[in-house]
Each structure stands twice: as C-alpha cells, then as structure tokens.
Design a protein. Structure first.
Length: 334
C-alpha cells in the first residue's frame, strides 16, 4: 500500500482524493494533506481521514509518507517536484508539468537523480477509447497519418472570481491551454509523435477575469502531419479528437464514443463503459512505484508537451507567428 500526501486541496485535489477513496483503493491511500487555507478544509479532511497541515516541508520530512500528489498552481510544480525528489518521495504531478520546458527538464532530472518515480496527470490517456486509437495508429491500420484535430472546452471561465489563481495570465496563459489544451497536445504527441512548430492566436472576448476565452493553434509535426487544436473557456463542455490517415479516420467524442471510418466512408461506432480515469492514473502511479509496470505517460513525452505548449503561448503573445518547438522531442510512436 502506497501512503500518499495530497498537496493542494482545492476542487481538483479533492477529486483525486475521492477517486482513490470511494471505494478505497487496494494500491494507495491518502493519509495527509497540505492546503493554503486549512481552516476551510478541516471538515473535509476529517471525513476523509486526512491529517491536515499547511507545511509541505513537514510532509516531506515524514518517513510515513511514501509519495506526494501535487494539485497546486502550475508555477509551483517545478520547485515542489524537486523538493519532493530530494526528500526521496515519489511524485505524481498534475498537468501541465511546468510552464517552462527548462523547468520541466530540471524537475525530471531531480527525480532521476533521486531514483524516484515521476508521473504526470494526463488522465485522458487512460480512456479505453483513446487507448484503442493508439493501438490502431501504432498498428498502421489508419495508414499514413495526415492530420489531427482536437477541441477541449468548457464553461468554467464564466464562473471564475478575479482572485482565483487559475483566472490569471501568469498561471493560465493562452486561455484554456494549460487547463484543457494541454490534453489535446498530449494526445497529439501520443498519436503522431513530436511537434516541430506551433502557431497560436488567443483572445478574450467575453470574460471579465484576466483569462482568454477563445484560443486556437496550428501544429506541424516533425513527421510532416499537421494538426489544429482549439480550447474555449466560455462555452458548453466539449471534448473531441480526430485523426485522419490514408486508410480512414478515427474520431473520439466526449470520453466514451469512438467512431472508426474506413477509406470507403463506412463508419463503425463503439461506446465504452464509464471509467474513473483519475483512479486509473493514481493506481498506475502506485504500480510504477511498486515496480509492477511502467507509468503509461513517458516523462520525455510530457516534457515535449511543455515545450509545445510554451511555443503556442509564445506564438499567441506575438500575434500568431510560427514558433519552433524547442527541447528534446521523443521518437515517433510505433
């Protein structure tokens, strides 16, 4: 059993704790919590059996804690990952890994040096429909990959208060890119390999907070394929991902529906059962710590994702100019 401390107990931190505790996981348990405003969370921690504090250092010094899960502001990830590694704690960190690729590399190196597992919270990789997309692409059943498209959007920007940490350009540059667009970037990399350049435009049309609501980007892959992604923070919830190849296309709708089209235009539709992907990723983290299986999101792909996101953010700041993706890129899949 892996004993874990949750660092950051906002809405998403609570979602992670609940996913492992309801019903209790046989692989990990949350035993401690670190929160910026502990008084607001005492009742929740009492119900969940969490020892609550406001000091990360004390958790890292506790020999009873095997690992930490970071659900903190993006800008804090790099320093917290490195600190946890130095303390010998395994680390699960929510996406985006960091906001700068240099920070991602340094944090990953700190984990390698300490011999601890580093896992990234790209939970959509655990969807059965997405795993089937990966299998079909890797097997060559789609032929040569020509183009990818993706959209991940939601309405949360409409509900943000000005003091919310996510409602700032510092933590959420290019609108929904750090909250939702990074999932599409990660899916693109997992399906079609490294991305060479990005062009991005981002604007705020309706939101009152300091957050863009409409963001779109164009990717060119190192292997020659192209990609388009968009993310909006002031519309209805949407998740779709499509891959076009010389033998047909694949289309993921929401989380559970996969459409498979052959070259003649015949479409087959598969609906998968619901899966708690937060529980799945946390249990995969526990398996990696125990040496039962490698974590399904390679660290180098996560670092490349940060480099792609950083290039998109820089492109948006320049008004949409093409920006080269810097940083180490993984080999193409398959």
């Amino acid at each position: 059993m892996l004993n874990v401390a949750i660092v950051g107990l906002g809405r998403w931190g609570q979602r992670l704790v609940d996913s492992a505790g309801l019903p209790p996981s046989a692989k990990l348990r949350f035993t401690q919590a670190v929160a910026r405003t502990p008084d607001k969370l005492r009742a929740y921690c009492a119900v969940r059996g969490l020892c609550l504090g406001a000091d990360l250092a004390s958790v890292l010094a506790d020999a009873a804690v095997d690992a930490v899960v970071l659900a903190t502001p993006h800008s804090q990830h790099a320093g917290q990952v490195a600190a946890a590694a130095r303390a010998g704690k395994h680390v699960f960190v929510e996406k985006p890994f960091t906001l700068e690729v240099a920070d991602a590399r340094a944090a990953a190196q700190a984990c390698r040096d300490a011999g601890v597992v580093l896992a990234l919270g790209h939970n959509r990789r655990f969807l059965p429909a997405f795993r089937e997309m990966q299998r079909i692409v890797a097997a060559g059943e789609l032929g040569e990959i020509l183009h990818l498209e993706g959209n991940f959007s939601g309405n949360f920007g409409l509900g943000y208060r000005p003091d919310a940490w996510r409602a700032t350009q510092a933590e959420s540059p290019a609108g929904g890119m750090t909250a939702m667009g990074i999932h599409i970037i990660d899916a693109f990399i997992a399906l079609a390999g490294p991305i060479a350049t990005m062009r991005c435009e981002s604007q705020r049309r309706v939101l009152a907070v300091d957050l863009d609501d409409t963001t779109s980007a164009f990717a060119r892959f190192a292997g020659g394929a192209t990609g388009c992604l968009s993310t909006l923070t002031a519309t209805g919830r949407s998740l779709r991902l499509q891959v076009f190849g010389t033998r047909g296309w694949l289309h993921l709708l929401d989380h559970r529906i996969l459409e498979i089209c052959d070259i003649e235009g015949k479409v087959r539709r598969i609906e998968y059962p619901r899966l708690d992907i937060e529980r799945a990723e946390l249990e995969a983290f526990a398996d990696a710590v125990a040496g039962r299986a490698a974590y399904p999101v390679p660290v180098e792909e996560a670092i490349h994702g940060v480099a792609v996101m950083q290039a998109a953010i820089r492109s948006a700041a320049s008004g949409g100019e093409r920006v080269a993706v810097n940083g180490a890129a993984p080999s193409p899949p398959g």
